[in-house]
Design a protein around this ligand. Sequence first.
Ligand code: FAD
Length: 425
Amino acid sequence: MTTPTYYHAFTSKHERRPPLNDEITADICIIGGGLTGISAALHLAERGYDTVLLEAGRIGDGASGRNGGQICMGYGCGMEAFERISGLESAKNFWGMSSEAIEDIQSRISRHGIQADYKRGYIHAALNSRQERGLQEMAQSWSGTYGFTDLELLSRAETEEATGSRLYCASLLEQGSGHMNPLAYLHGLEEAARNAGARIFEDSRAIAIEKGATATIATGNGRVRARMLVLAGNAYLDDLVPEIRYRVAPVLSAVAATAPLSADQAARILPGDEAVADSNTALNYFRKTVDNRLLFGGLASYSGRPITNAADTLRRRMVKVYPDLSTIAIDHAWSGKIAITANRMPDFGRLGSNIYYAQGFSGHGLALTGLAGKLIAEAVAGDAERFDTFARLPNLRFPGGPARTAVLALGMAWFKMRDLLGLSK
Ligand SMILES: Cc1cc2nc3c(=O)[nH]c(=O)nc-3n(C[C@H](O)[C@H](O)[C@H](O)COP(=O)(O)OP(=O)(O)OC[C@H]3O[C@@H](n4cnc5c(N)ncnc54)[C@H](O)[C@@H]3O)c2cc1C
């Protein structure tokens, strides 16, 4: 489909599932074999629903198999947005669900014996005093308002020791977030979903949907008739369901994996094995892999144009953080589509009474996709309270419709300028 990732090269091979070549019926049909769709399949099959999942290519071809592997607490919009929009008590409820999403990853890994190289620990790094103040406020909010105290503000010297980089003036180290191999995790969940009874078809793009009390979903060579439909194609769904297309904008992001670091470099760079993100709007994020490569991401294209020369551009950004990596080989570089919403809150909802969708995780999908799958299963089973809590969030369509990526690119140029001027926090 697109450039293979580091994960595809180093994650154990996953057996190809057959395409759909038949007319079949099911309780539920899910479109999309990323973390949202596979999580929904697992939860629904565990609840006893006859569940079918259609994936256009291979499981993990979308963002779920191509991301930075950073598991982040909270939401892309920050907790203040929830406080402003829905009040403090409701914000605490959203915080609780984001913590639950991370706990669910840990319990799935241990329940299904998934080898996903999961690690706890995350460093939010400040590039200037304005960002440092932002991190202090964040620490205050997380511990004071939400009771999360496993965090520590680090000075410049402590940050240098923790990251092995002199670039940052301060940081917030917290133990709620972490990192893992997302493709290995996804494959493990897929096995678990199949073991629970879900039928999974690869190379089976849904090309048409006929809505109704029973929905009919057509692929090139088959057809599924199902009482319920779950749309989990996120930034890759394109025009299949026009009603939800303009509620998100696809943003291309790129990641590079270096050759293995030398023993010296590996000991100095991130000795505590945390993941890192800086506080710019157009941010850099990085971490070490289990075989001691630096996985460095952050280049983003908001215009819809493909990212060319990702390896060179990411290397330039990486060398600003770690000057002595200027000659290290970049073994893998790839990109993928993130779906973001206008207010960076996830976008869950229904079309009619029997079609559910969840999309627009705005860079926090590694944890929130699992929650999305779980809440869809709860709603299908008759308890829609938590799904509807998300569905009520005020997500607006992007201005510009088909031209929204151009509008977004213009907006991001403004934010990038603020990053350069040190005005982001
Ligand atoms: C480069 C990159 C770095 C990222 N880094 C991070 C990170 O560090 N931390 C984090 O939390 N998030 C990160 N993200 C975002 C995160 O990966 C996503 O939020 C998450 O994976 C979304 O999962 P999903 O299942 O909703 O969508 P996807 O994983 O994109 O899956 C959608 C699937 O639907 C399939 N599909 C689409 N249309 C059809 C159709 N018509 N028929 C059948 N199948 C269809 C696609 O082929 C695809 O496999 C990153 C994303 C990218 C691209």
